[in-house]
Write a protein that binds this ligand. Structure first.
Ligand code: ADP
Ligand code: MG
Ligand code: ZN
Length: 558
């Protein structure tokens, strides 16, 4: 089954850039018409695993789902995405049923949701056959288990329906215990073993690491050199960069090819074939590389640029070590990456709700990048999977040195706020360091209470502090004003003194000589109250004057 078609649908119908853990394999098996039992955590994205294959296959996919509300939600979402789908339930009106039957007769409907009670009606199987049913999907398949508390007697009729139609069946559940699984196999598949997908999200053989991007080209070459002879992928954010980096790697004496969607099909195929065949080839690629690649012994994946989301990150690193042998993933990131990804989201033309969700997915990845504890705990936590420290990530290898950064974080927030969130990092740091630049003087920012309070740190250290604040989503670049930093909702409890901020000290460069001022000025306690009221009135004025969405919303209580 063409993986590219699946990816195109994923993007164009669902608006997702990449599959969630496990989805891709399940989608492929279902699309190929295998009997499938997929156990995936709640929220893991099971619906997509039968909805997308329904569009890849001919004929009608019948979906059995236990709740009318669930069915209606899914039908609504599919319809909104331009997919013809319907639900046949006792809650339908006669007109709805008539319209539905018409769509089914004409073969327009691709997914038909069916309440299990409908299976009890005579003639259901015959009608489904007439309408071209070519697959059955069973959502919440554990409802067939008599011992679980979700038992639905009508689910017991599904096995007979499958036999009557003679079509493949895919069953989905989040309930992983063995007994339930056995019951599902017995009752839905008549004891014939389906292909079982039962995988938590963890890929314990992949060592996880993140590093600050300071000299990217050198970092990539050094990393690749130390892994010479072992197949690896370097993911880049742009097509141009893949070519530049591939060239640089070749000049350093390594075997490397570029790969992106802009290359001729022949060149892409050649790169894929070489990668498959050769032992130590490095492919320097955009995310276009991967779907068709089924190489079990990819030993390392490096991100030369920060991916867009945790899903993207997970999927890309997941290409390493499919043989179960040790593999490594390293991601380089820096403030430029954060800025680039944010602006891609803001300027991407997606609906507002999608932008908010995308910022959230990026935040989650930044949270992992700036994590002070085990990376795997942070990664699996995103997918709601609990884990203990893994012992196979950079933070477990060498615990991050952290410090209470509440005070410097508040200094930055204060400086941003006092200057009405109209300035970028450089100017804010000037204020904190007490630098009397022209810009500081002309705005009279040397009069601010935060002027010169930050000389305990030097400029490069402040850079690292502000970057971590961006990573923790306390600050965001204002999409309307290039480089200007605005406070987010997360900044509020920090300003109010309700929440502490922890940062990594080990990513702060050592303090340089010749710091600007001898003695830091203390930020006085009264400052806090003044700061909050400044924030409040500023936000109101801003929201009123410009009709811009204020990131921080204050209730009257504050
Ligand atoms: P489940 O049925 O496994 O509990 P759902 O199918 O309801 O999960 O999906 C959970 C959420 O994950 C939904 O909001 C869905 O839109 C989202 N989701 C599913 N697949 C992806 C993906 N590939 N990328 C991003 N989000 C996804
Ligand atoms: Mg579900
Ligand atoms: Zn770990």
């Amino acid at each position: 089954m063409g993986g590219d078609a699946g990816h195109t649908l994923l993007r164009e119908v669902w608006g997702f850039d990449s599959f969630r853990p496990g989805q891709e394999e399940i989608v492929r098996a279902v699309a190929e018409g295998r009997d499938v039992l997929a156990v995936m955590p709640t929220g893991g994205g099971k619906s997509l695993c039968f909805q997308l294959p329904a569009l890849l296959r001919d004929g009608l996919t019948v979906v059995i789902s236990p709740l009318i509300a669930l069915m209606r939600d899914q039908v609504r979402a599919l319809t909104a995405a331009g997919v013809e789908a319907g639900a046949y339930t006792s809650a339908n009106t006669e007109e709805e049923n008539e319209a539905l039957r018409e769509g089914l007769r004409e073969g327009r409907i691709r997914l038909l949701y069916l309440a299990p009670e409908r299976l009890a009606q005579a003639g259901t199987a015959a009608a489904l056959r007439r309408w071209g049913a070519s697959a059955i999907a069973v959502d919440e398949a554990h409802c067939v288990s008599q011992w679980g508390h979700d038992f639905r007697p009508d689910y017991l009729r599904i096995g007979a329906l499958r036999e009557a139609l003679g079509v493949p069946l895919a069953a989905f559940t989040a309930t992983a215990d063995e007994e339930t699984r056995e019951e599902i196999v017995e009752r839905l598949f008549g004891g014939r073993e389906p292909k079982v997908f039962l995988r938590g999200f963890d890929r314990p053989n992949i060592h996880l690491g993140f590093a600050l991007k300071d000299s990217p080209r050198k970092q990539v070459i050094d990393y690749a050199k130390r892994r010479q002879g072992r197949a690896g992928i370097v993911y880049c954010g742009t097509r141009a960069k893949t070519e530049v980096l591939a060239q640089a790697l070749r000049e350093a004496g390594l075997e490397a090819v570029a790969y992106h969607a802009g290359l001729e099909p022949d060149a892409r195929r050649l790169a894929e074939e070489r990668f498959q065949r050769e032992d130590g080839l490095i492919v320097v690629a955009t995310v276009a590389f991967g779907m068709g690649v089924d190489k079990p012994d990819i030993r390392w994946v490096m991100h030369a640029d920060l991916p867009k989301s945790v899903e993207g990150y997970y999927q890309e690193i997941g290409r390493a070590g499919r043989d179960g042998l040790p593999a490594e993933a390293l991601t380089l990131y820096g403030p430029e990456d954060i800025r680039l990804r944010r602006s891609q989201i803001d300027e991407g033309g997606a609906p507002e709700a999608r932008k908010i969700a995308d910022h959230g997915r990026l935040n989650a990845l930044l949270g992992i990048a700036e994590a002070t504890g085990c990376r795997r705990v942070a990664l699996l936590g995103y997918f709601d999977e609990a884990a203990g420290p893994c012992g196979a990530c950079d933070n477990c290898d060498r615990p991050a040195e952290v410090f209470d950064a509440t005070t410097p974080a508040r200094m930055v927030l204060s400086a941003a706020l006092r200057t009405e969130e109209r300035f970028g990092k450089g100017h804010l740091i000037d204020i904190l360091l007490g630098e009397e630049t022209d810009k500081v003087r002309s705005w009279r920012h040397d009069q601010l209470p935060t002027f010169g309070v930050g000389t305990e740190w030097d400029r490069r250290q402040w850079d690292a502090i502000v970057r971590q604040m961006l990573g923790q989503d306390l600050l965001r670049p204002d999409p309307g004003r290039h480089g200007a930093l605005r406070l987010t909702e997360n900044a509020r409890p920090v300003l109010k003194g309700e929440q502490a901020v922890t940062m990594r000290r080990d990513v702060l460069p050592p303090k340089g000589k010749g710091a600007t001022r001898a003695e830091p000025r203390a930020m006085v306690a009264e400052e806090d109250q003044g700061l909050l009221s400044a924030l409040k009135s500023h936000r109101r004025a801003l929201a009123q004057a410009q009709n811009v969405p204020a990131y921080v919303v204050f209730t009257d209580k504050t």
